[in-house]
Design a protein around this ligand. Structure first.
Ligand SMILES: *Cc1c(COP(=O)(O)O)cnc(C)c1O
Length: 337
């Protein structure tokens, strides 16, 4: 039986014993040793596969907490701006809790799987003729005017839930030297750093942004962020200072990886390690492959979302299927060819 993370870590989360809990059994995701990647980069590398959460991304860790708190506070509706995974997760947990859910996504930039999830879970999906940063600014204004709970990672319960991934890594591996993680709105790296600190761990935090959406690397907001890794297509991260503090005080760094490097790592993970992640998730591995992790010996790469989220990008990256007539000769030549 899988218990959700509020139940697993209630003593370290802002929930009392009799508080309502909205859970889909999130957390407790596998930490997968990556031997081929380890050889390639000359370190012991593990993948924290967050794509195996209930809706296919780490957002579920934060959402069980944000939606449980919203229910505790008597909310009837939740809202978020999203590059995709937050909306899928918010829609699922809201459905579970019987709350209305509204999501605002950048038009045409959300991966197919994520859109299907939000719609199937019954959310009202608004496609904004604008980018994520504009969507977040607008939903913040909406919640100032209406009694709707905001479940973006500016919500403190999101980070509380997400920090539990650091607990799991520590429980399983003990001390690690470095954590590599993709950075978009910068909530997750902030949450991991909080979690590690709560168990007295200080791994070097290496954050990786897509080169076309790398405000933290450039030191200034990016007006028109562009990248194939849509989940981190963000030009003005909400948790900017906290993320920079995590990287600086842990002696890590923030670096950029190009879309080509992200897609190389994406194919490498799927074809050589058997782990299919979405493009944004491959940014952590791309960063490790391209920039290293400061000479760390034991490294965890966070792979934030599942590859099935974005089938279109996957199919763009690989060869097609082989057509074949239904005869033994044709099948043999196709099989052995
Ligand atoms: C949300 C998300 C990110 C970025 O996380 P932030 O907390 O916004 O930095 C990275 N990868 C995936 C798959 C995501 O859904």
């Amino acid at each position: 039986m899988s218990v959700g993370l509020i139940e697993r870590y209630r003593d370290r989360l802002p929930f009392a014993a009799d508080d309502p809990v909205v859970t889909l059994g999130e957390g407790s995701t596998p930490l997968i040793h990556a031997p081929t990647l380890s050889d390639r980069v000359g370190a012991e590398v593990w993948i924290k596969f967050e794509g195996l959460n209930p809706t296919g991304s780490f957002k579920d860790r934060g959402m069980t907490c944000a939606v449980s708190a919203a229910v505790r506070e008597g909310a009837e509706a939740v809202i978020c701006a999203s590059t995709g995974n937050t909306s899928a997760s918010a829609a699922a947990y809201a459905a579970r809790a019987g709350l209305r859910c509204v999501v605002i996504v950048p038009e045409g930039r959300i991966a197919t799987g994520k859109l299907a999830q939000a719609l199937m879970h019954g959310a009202r999906v608004i496609a904004l003729n604008g980018n994520f940063d504009e969507a977040l600014k607008l939903v913040r204004e909406v919640v100032d005017r209406h009694p709707i709970a905001l479940v973006n990672s500016v919500n403190r319960y999101r980070l509380e839930g997400q920090k539990t991934a650091a607990f799991e890594i520590f429980e399983q591996l003990g001390a690690i030297d470095a954590l590599c993680i993709p950075v978009g709105n910068a909530g997750n790296i902030t949450a991991y750093w909080k979690g590690f600190n709560e168990v007295d761990q200080k791994p070097a935090m290496f954050g990786f942004q897509a080169a076309g959406a790398a405000p933290l690397v450039e030191g200034a907001p990016v007006a028109n962020p562009q990248t194939v890794a849509t989940a981190i297509r963000i030009g003005n991260p909400a948790r900017w200072e906290e993320a920079m503090n995590a990287m600086t005080s842990s002696h890590g760094a923030v670096r950029a990886v190009t879309d080509a490097q992200i897609l190389d790592a994406y194919r490498f993970l799927a074809s050589r390690e058997g782990v299919f992640v979405e493009p944004a998730s491959a940014a952590s591995v791309a960063g490790l492959m391209v920039h290293g992790a400061g000479g760390a010996e034991r490294v965890v790469c966070v792979c934030t979302g599942h590859g099935l989220k974005d089938p279109d990008t996957a199919l763009d990256q690989v060869g097609g299927v082989l057509p074949c007539e239904p005869t033994l000769t044709a099948v043999e030549s196709a099989v052995l060819g």
